[in-house]
Design a protein around this ligand. Structure first.
Ligand SMILES: NC(=O)c1ccc[n+]([C@@H]2O[C@H](COP(=O)([O-])OP(=O)(O)OC[C@H]3O[C@@H](n4cnc5c(N)ncnc54)[C@H](OP(=O)(O)O)[C@@H]3O)[C@@H](O)[C@H]2O)c1
Length: 249
């Protein structure tokens, strides 16, 4: 039977590349966008590539909408085999305490609470399924190290690391694996905003890595797919850096 993956915020960037990777491997694709325009553009592109996807309108800061995302997916496809908690925001690219007061709150609502709702309702659903499931969260190198212009963002990504490890240990004997990827700099909208703000150039974002370049969305999608596959049944609570050597220093 075809497996089903939910990827939050998967109509652009890393999420979109991940949706394509899973589609190429025969999964039913469910993703989300708050924007009808982004959803339509994504579905059209997907169709042209010969794939289909279901896109629900979900704001991950809204608990009810996340709970409904899980129940609607189960109603349509029967199960949630893989959940990729990908939605996230970078906030204002400024030094710690130079940002507006709402910056931290907004990031906590999206990156921490949004991911928490996904994990909560994802785990509750997977526990009911005979085949259980796999969860992959989007952390960041800013969740493992200190990054300039990323103090507040880093705090939210350290929370993602904590939730991933804690939930993984708690559910280790349940048949559910919970892991995270920690990307380095990948040139998506999140970093295009940083570049547009003048805080860092695209070149500088690349040179922070020992490999002296930025990564690609496919680099991250491949790692997410691996952590969701049957190739790593003994891995849980892992925070996998995909960062051109950044965290090896
Ligand atoms: N790019 C990098 O260098 C990098 C590095 C480390 C970690 N990451 C992490 O990777 C993940 C994906 O980021 P990306 O680089 O692919 O950036 P992106 O293209 O901006 O994608 C982020 C997605 O998050 C969704 N999103 C934001 N707020 C949301 C909300 N309140 N509710 C639902 N969805 C929301 C957006 O979807 P809609 O607007 O369509 O709703 C958007 O498509 C994020 O968690 C990010 O922190 C990225």
């Amino acid at each position: 039977m075809k497996k089903t993956v939910i990827i939050t915020g998967g109509t652009a960037g890393i999420g979109k590349a991940t949706a394509l990777k899973f589609a190429q491997n025969g999964f039913n694709i469910v993703t989300t966008s708050r924007s009808e325009e982004k959803a339509n553009k994504f579905m059209e592109e997907f169709k042209q590539l010969g794939f289909e996807a279901t896109v629900y309108k979900v704001d991950v800061t809204n608990e009810d909408q996340v709970e409904k995302l899980i129940s609607d997916t189960v109603e349509k496809y029967g199960s949630v085999d893989v959940l990729v908690n990908n939605s996230g925001i970078a906030g204002e690219p400024k030094f710690f305490a130079h940002t507006s007061k709402n910056n931290m709150r907004d990031m906590i609502e999206t990156n921490v609470m949004g991911l928490y709702w996904g994990m909560r309702y994802g785990i509750l659903q997977m526990l009911k399924q005979p085949t259980k499931g796999k969860i992959v969260n989007l952390a960041s190198i800013a969740g493992l190290n200190g990054i300039e212009y990323g103090g507040e963002y880093g705090a939210t990504k350290h929370a993602v690391v904590g939730m991933t490890k804690g939930a993984a240990v708690e559910h280790a004997t349940s048949g559910i694996t919970i892991n995270a990827v920690a990307p380095g700099s990948i040139l998506t909208d999140i970093l295009n905003d940083v570049i547009a703000s003048g805080s860092m150039t695209a070149e500088e974002l690349g040179t922070i890595h020992p490999m002296k370049r930025t990564g690609t969305v496919e680099d991250i999608a491949n790692a997410i797919y691996f952590l969701s596959s049957d190739e790593c049944p003994f891995m849980t609570g892992v925070i996998l850096p995909v960062d051109g050597g950044y965290t090896a220093r």
